[in-house]
Design a protein around this ligand. Structure first.
Ligand code: SF4
Length: 222
């Protein structure tokens, strides 16, 4: 059994991961730029189908658009235009998240863009009336998505530059998609190799595969 067999097993399941669309290199940011080079996208693409979603474009804010920011209480911030706080997008983005959520049953993980007042998972700036801020917020879209899917594996993109966090996320996504990984094999190393795109002929004959009902089980036979 070679590494290609494991890749076929994993990728043959069409495991899907939602991603903030600017992370896919699409120029949907407020200033017409993207964040496609800030995270290890190519590594995840070796195993998963990435599905881009931009909530700000989704609610019709257009590209380019005025920048927005979080204001108020960190536990329940509003998201408003930087230059005109009366332009409040909180309800539109929350409603959009609830509409998107109806499609997320077929998604097994979510990678969010860091620091965004819509998509940021943690540490987003929340501004007070006097202009001071604390990095304590969560984007309003990300918050609404995870309120509906609290168990969905979710990460900020830049944290995936840490190999161990990347592996933990990949294994969580695989588990949610129904690939049961026995904890006794050296599965982390195997998945690490696949993420790296290595094609060596390591004797993966020591790795066995078994179909169990609707689930695939990957186990070490060592
Ligand atoms: S961070 Fe989210 S809202 Fe902002 S451009 Fe990226 S996908 Fe769109």
């Amino acid at each position: 059994m070679g590494s290609d067999d494991l890749r076929s097993l994993l990728t043959g399941r069409s495991t899907r991961v939602a991603v903030s669309e600017c992370l896919l290199g699409r120029p949907v940011r407020w200033n017409g730029e993207h964040n496609g080079d800030t995270w290890p996208r190519q590594r995840l693409e070796r195993l998963f189908t990435l599905v881009g979603i931009c909530p700000e474009v989704g609610v019709g804010m257009g590209v380019p658009r005025d920048p927005i920011q979080l204001v108020g209480e960190a536990s329940a911030p509003r998201v408003v235009a930087v230059d005109d706080p009366a332009r409040d997008y909180t309800d539109r983005l929350g409603q959009y998240a609830r509409e998107v959520a109806s499609t997320l049953d077929e998604v097994h993980g979510y990678v969010f863009a860091d620091r965004s007042p819509s998509c940021g998972l943690a540490g987003v700036k929340v501004f007070a009336e006097d202009g001071s801020f604390e990095r304590v917020g969560r984007g309003v879209y990300a918050g609404a998505v995870l309120a509906g899917y609290p168990d969905l594996p979710a990460v900020d993109a830049e944290t995936l530059g840490d190999d161990e966090i990347l592996l933990d996320f990949v294994l969580a996504v695989l588990a949610r998609s129904g690939v049961a990984l026995k904890p006794d094999g050296d599965i982390r190393e195997l998945v690490r190799d696949l993420l790296a795109g290595e094609q060596d002929e390591t004797p993966y004959g020591a790795i066995g595969f078994a179909q169990a009902g609707a689930e695939n089980t990957v186990k070490s036979a060592r």
